[in-house]
Every structure is written in C-alpha cells, then in structure tokens.
Design a protein around this ligand. Structure first.
Ligand SMILES: [Mn+2]
Length: 248
C-alpha cells in the first residue's frame, strides 16, 4: 500500500508562462499523474501551445466550456474570439471537442469525481458561495457524469476561485485557475494524496498550492503576439479583477 500523488490543474487559458511555472512545481513534488479539468484556451495568447503542452504532460484532459465553444465560433464573433479560435490548429480543435466531460477516481476509499463546472454541463456554473441545492447537485449522477457509483468528493474548475467545502461527509473543492486566477493573482492547483484504487479507508490528503510566476513576461508575450483584448487580460493577471468588473 503506497501513497500516490495526483496533481489537478485547470483553466490554463493560454497562459503558457503560468503553465510552465505550475508544471515545474508539479515536477518537483513527486507527482504520479496530472489531471487537467479544462479551459485550455481563450483569454490568453498561447492556447495552441497550452493544448500541446497539456496533451503531452497530462494523463487525463477534461473538456471545459471554452474548449467546447471556441473551436466552433463563427466569423461573425468578436475580434478576440476569432483570434483565439484561429490560433488553434484544426487537429487541436477536433481534439478539444472530443475530450471527456467527467472523470471518476477511487483514492483511499473515496469516490472522487472531477469535471469542469458542474455535473450538469461545462456551461452551468457553481460559485464558491453556493446554495445547498447546488452543493447537492454536484454529487448526483447525470447524463454527463454517467451512472457510476456516486462520489463523496467532487473537484472542479471554471470559476477561477480555489476553495474546499466539507459538509456531512461530502467534500466539494475547486482547484482554482493556473492561467487566470481571480481570487488572488497567483496561479493555483491541487494535489490529492492517497492509495489509488484502494476501496478501503486509508490516509488521504488534499492540498491547494500557489505558484508565483512572471506576470509581466506573460503580458509582454501577449503584446508581442498582438493579441486583441490585451488590456483586460493584463488587469486580470495583475490584480485578479475579472474583466466584467473592471472599470473602463
Ligand atoms: Mn475558465
């Protein structure tokens, strides 16, 4: 019986500088597998490189809302949407569209389910401050999750806000965002530690990790590549204030 470490990353959003910093940190912690909870693309300038890097480094990749809609945006979309779409190769668009939406694990007797945003769909959001009914809904089987054993732990991404909520034997946690954190301007990810595929009780850990990176180097890369919507991106990376809440 030996403990393994599973790193959970999410919401890279084309920020290759942050992704490199997080993957370096993961590499230094004796991690056995990496699972990516989606949103590889959009918002940041290097979605294509992020897709290739995650495809090579991550053992499991899950589809997020941006990965689902960006590859099929029409030419009538906003300038930045078209720029992010066109940055991806056709094989990458096809790869993103074919990714699974949910992934189940058994670690130290705990049934753990991972998806991007909710058990309903990658497009249905559950905030860090959520209602009891939303909490309960995260643990239910749906058409998206399939009919496997219901989980007692659920991990997700999407909101760019890391948290852990334990209540009555169930744990809901959010791993936060690698490339576009909106709770503090420092990338976050999670490590699960336990005995993989062990049905009985065994020691278990859940850790949230923050990895500082060179924010200004990432903004310079976006500038060099002439990415549209640069200003809201720069403010998000420097201050963790979501573009919808920035004063213009
Ligand atoms: Mn996202």
């Amino acid at each position: 019986m030996s403990l393994e470490r599973i790193a959970l990353i999410s919401d890279v959003h084309g920020n290759l500088t942050a992704l490199d910093a997080v993957l370096d940190d993961i590499g230094s912690r004796g991690v056995d597998q990496i699972i990516n909870l989606g949103d590889f693309v959009g918002k940041g300038p290097r979605g294509s490189a992020a897709v290739d890097r995650c495809g090579a480094e991550c053992d499991v990749n899950i589809r997020g809302n941006w990965d689902d809609h960006l590859p099929v945006w029409s030419d009538e979309s906003a300038t930045e949407m078209i720029w992010w779409r066109n940055e991806l190769r056709q094989d990458q668009r096809d790869w993103l569209k074919a990714l699974p939406l949910s992934h189940d694990l058994l670690v130290s007797g705990r049934r753990i389910r991972l998806f991007h945003a909710s058990a309903t769909s990658p497009h249905v959001r559950v905030h860090a401050r959520h209602a009891a009914e939303e909490f309960a809904g995260m643990f239910r089987n749906t058409a998206m999750t399939g009919a496997g054993p219901v989980p007692s732990m659920v991990g997700y991404g999407d909101i760019h806000d890391a948290f852990v909520h334990v209540e009555r034997g169930r744990t809901l946690f959010n791993v936060g965002s690698v490339g576009n954190p909106l709770d503090e301007p420092v990338p976050s990810y999670a490590i699960l530690e336990g005995v993989v595929d062990e049905p009985g009780p065994a020691p278990f850990g859940l850790q949230l990790i923050r990895v500082p990176y060179d924010v200004e180097a990432e903004i310079e890369a976006a500038e060099r590549l002439r990415m549209p919507a640069l200003e809201p991106y720069a403010v998000e990376l420097r201050t963790a204030v979501y573009r919808g809440f920035q004063r213009v």
